[in-house]
Design a protein around this ligand. Structure first.
Ligand SMILES: Nc1nc2c(ncn2[C@@H]2O[C@H](COP(=O)(O)OP(=O)(O)OP(=O)(O)O)[C@@H](O)[C@H]2O)c(=O)[nH]1
Length: 345
């Protein structure tokens, strides 16, 4: 455990018709998900009706697996607050996690900033795992046409490939290549993932527990293995998306780094689809894992399993129209003003 008592808000995202509700149906039918509250957007096709047991409040229903299901009316922060206060008053079962299904046209990034920006909510809930559902029958064409598709994939910790029963082998392979080209660190899941217990489906994201070097390497993804080299998403000419690693040989001054990162995300957030990494901090016993999506940077996590870690600091970026060189120059310039540059590559 992270020692964090707040409820995770996991997100199921994916383009229109990709199979988000199908995923939710499959997992929420399982008893293991009984202590889950589900929020669905009222504009989405909910399609959970066959699971409904009864209405327990105006917009809340109890599924026969024991899950609570609410539609979002109005703002997400309001819906989350209401769900939390109903739980506190004992009006609904004491759920332990929230799963939010976004509409097919939503960007997942603002969800994290909604939670971080709400002074009440952020004491009770925390961002959890983002799972993007990708339809293999049309992934490549949708990727070219719809920028939101790539944003959903870039924000994901895990990508569930749907409709593999309908897609050809070539379509499935092209989907894998496109997804990996955009987000090399995301774990690709097949239909077998639907039988995973909730702790295994929703156990990635900013609060993940990394216990070994191998897990750290997996989390950082293949871009981490290619020093400073960019990988370009297929069709990068259109989507303009690339992922790359930025390395720092020397320990990092955390205060200076944190100021730089918030400035970078503040200025270029909409072009930084994702940043994550591990930092060796001056004077600290453990490295820090950092994680950001667009304008939001999550509180860093001390990786306590890595006592006396001597590895290099490494950041992985997924950007749109923002190159490795621009980001490296920005860090170098900023850090040079306040400290010795940390051996940046
Ligand atoms: N054959 C097949 N059909 C699927 C699969 N996943 C989803 N579908 C079908 O695709 C259609 C859309 O699936 P939904 O789960 O409603 O998709 P969604 O992402 O929730 O859709 P929106 O909420 O409208 O964005 C439905 O008819 C599903 O039955 C799959 O893996 N195989």
């Amino acid at each position: 455990m992270t020692g964090d008592a707040r409820f995770p808000v996991h997100v199921v995202t994916g383009f229109l018709g990709s199979g988000k509700t199908t995923l939710l149906r499959a997992v929420l039918g399982s008893e293991a998900f009984g202590d889950t509250a589900v929020l669905v957007n009222e504009f989405g096709e909910v399609g959970l009706d066959h699971l409904l047991l009864g209405e327990i409040a105006e917009d809340t229903v109890l599924l026969d697996s024991g899950c609570v299901c609410c539609t979002i009316r109005g703002e997400l922060s309001e819906a989350l607050r209401r769900l939390h206060s109903r739980r506190t008053r004992g009006e609904i079962p004491p759920f332990r996690r929230i799963v939010l299904e976004t509409t097919g046209l939503a960007e997942p990034a603002p969800i994290a900033s909604t939670i971080a920006a709400d002074p009440v909510l952020r004491h009770h809930v925390r961002p959890g795992t983002t799972v993007a559902v990708v339809d293999c029958t049309n992934a490549v064409t949708t990727h070219w046409r719809e920028p939101i598709w790539a944003e959903q994939v870039a924000a994901a910790d895990r990508v569930l490939l749907s409709k593999t029963d309908l897609a050809t082998e070539d379509e499935i392979q092209a989907t894998r290549d496109t997804v990996t080209g955009i987000n090399p660190g995301a774990e690709l899941l097949g239909a077998e993932a639907l039988t995973r217990p909730p702790e295994r489906l929703f156990d990635a994201g900013p609060h993940l527990r990394l216990a070994s070097g191998a897990e750290l390497t997996d989390w950082l993804g293949p871009a981490a293995a290619r020093d400073g080299h960019a990988t370009h998403a297929r069709g990068a000419g259109i989507a303009g998306i690339e992922s790359f690693a930025l390395d720092m040989e020397e320990p990092v001054d955390w205060t200076a780094f944190a100021v730089w990162l918030s400035m970078l995300l503040g200025q270029h957030g909409e072009r930084i689809l994702r940043v994550k990494g591990v930092l060796r901090i001056e004077g600290a016993d453990w490295p820090l894992a950092i994680h950001g999506v667009q304008h939001t940077v999550y509180p860093p996590v001390h990786l306590q399993a890595f006592d006396d870690w001597q590895g290099e600091s490494r950041l992985i970026f997924i950007t749109r129209g923002l190159s490795h060189d621009v980001i490296a120059r920005s860090l170098r310039t900023f850090v040079a003003h306040i400290a010795d540059p940390p051996g940046l590559r």
